[in-house]
Design a protein. Structure first.
Length: 413
């Protein structure tokens, strides 16, 4: 490694690294990482307040280069380095939504902590099974399936690029996991929730969930331009999500929470495309929902006129100054609504399960119900048929009592 003192040096010969102090007093480092896909030399730049700090960063880049983490990817890099590069590439190519990236990075932290040091070309099904065993021991069995999807996608890309001959995820045994049973609200409980919401601010939020089965982000991301009150239709074009902040200071270990970092990056409320192509859909609204939206728009117009600090973003659901509702506050509102309605407090997503079940109870066919819910595969909608079968058995038992005088009490639908 070569270095200079207070002036920017010329490019180091033979691809060697350089360290220098700029006129702003900060120390900078330049590291040659090899040749990029365009055939040109790629040099990475790092900076720090002190010479030892920037030297440490330069050393890290030189080690990564030695491990094969240059522009021309090599199978000699570690799994952790490969996954980081894979995620960054997907982000750069805009192949994934911010919330998906958040999930990828959560998986990466778990994988890197357990088998991240294994070289990509040495990765075997035994390593993968060790990872799953470690996650089960930590009590995060439910996260195995998500991590498996991420790792499978990443290593499939590695196979396609010729970095490894086969995908070890597909050769490894995976722990058996049964997801939580769907627990939709009954029709009576759904009515109780809507009754409890009536008259409250943004009550239409819960009608969106129960009458149309909108996902939380889809409902919070609605703008008035998405709604045609004349035809009674609503188009889902986006979803609103809260994305975690990331450190921009380079000192995550000592800075504290990323949300409090003075140079924080990338977080806050963001809109993105719907979850899948099927999520982009136009829905016919029940007449009662259309009427409720007309009243909601009049109420919002009065709030806008009365507020000197209103921010007009065309949002259907807003806080008291016109900004979109925060997903975190939406969860708190749902819990309060459950208590007011006197119904069990379940997951917010169970409102969507309830809407799906109600559609099937209304004899809407699977394909139509799936299209309304924005399901990309009919199998996703078919998950609710067992609930429907249970409800139909209750109906049959009720008819038994009505027609044939069965004395036993029959549970409510």
């Amino acid at each position: 490694m070569t270095s200079s003192s207070d002036s920017r040096p010329s490019r180091s010969a033979n691809g060697r690294s350089s360290i220098f102090r700029a006129s702003d007093g900060r120390w900078h480092g330049m590291v040659s990482m090899g040749t990029g896909p365009n055939g040109r030399l790629v040099r990475k730049h790092v900076t720090a307040a002190t010479k030892p700090a920037v030297t440490a960063k330069v050393r890290e880049l030189e080690k990564a280069r030695a491990d094969g983490a240059g522009p021309a990817m090599s199978a000699r890099i570690t799994l952790a380095v490969y996954l980081e590069d894979w995620i960054d590439t997907r982000v750069a190519l805009q192949q994934v939504r911010p919330k998906t990236v958040e999930g990828y990075r959560t998986d990466l932290r778990r994988i890197a902590a357990t088998i991240g040091a294994v070289r990509l070309d040495k990765l075997s099904p035994i390593n993968i099974e060790y990872l799953w065993s470690a996650m089960v021991a930590e009590g995060v069995l439910a996260s195995v399936q998500h991590a498996k999807r991420t790792l499978d996608a990443a290593l499939s890309d590695a196979v396609d690029k010729g970095l490894i001959p086969r995908n070890p995820v597909r050769l490894a045994a995976t722990p058996r996991y049964s997801p939580s049973a769907i627990q939709p609200y009954s029709l009576e409980e759904m009515a109780a929730l809507l009754d409890a919401a009536r008259g409250k601010r943004n009550a239409v939020r819960w009608t969106f969930a129960l009458a149309l089965g909108l996902r939380r982000g889809e409902a919070l991301g609605l703008r008035w331009s998405d709604i045609d009150l004349d035809t009674g239709t609503l188009t889902v074009r986006r979803q609103l999500q809260r994305i975690p902040w990331e450190h921009g200071c380079g000192h995550a270990a000592t800075c504290g929470r990323a949300a409090d970092c003075a140079l924080r990056l990338g977080g806050g409320l963001r809109t993105s495309e719907p979850k899948s192509a099927a999520g982009h859909r136009t829905l016919a609204m029940p007449g009662s929902l259309t009427a409720e939206l007309l009243e909601h728009r009049r109420t919002q117009a009065a709030e806008r006129s009365a507020s000197p600090v209103w921010t007009d973003g065309d949002w259907v659901l807003t806080n008291v100054i016109g900004l979109p509702l925060d997903p975190r506050n939406d969860v708190r509102s749902f819990k309060r609504l459950c208590r007011t309605a006197g119904v069990p407090e379940r997951r917010l997503h169970d409102l969507r399960h309830s809407a799906a079940t109600a559609l099937l109870l209304a004899d809407v066919d699977l394909a139509t119900a799936g299209a309304m819910l924005g399901h990309s595969r009919v199998e996703m909608t078919a998950r609710y048929t067992h609930v429907l079968a249970d409800r139909k058995r209750v109906a049959a038992d009720r008819m038994e009592g009505v027609l044939f005088g069965r004395p036993d009490p029959v549970p409510d639908l």
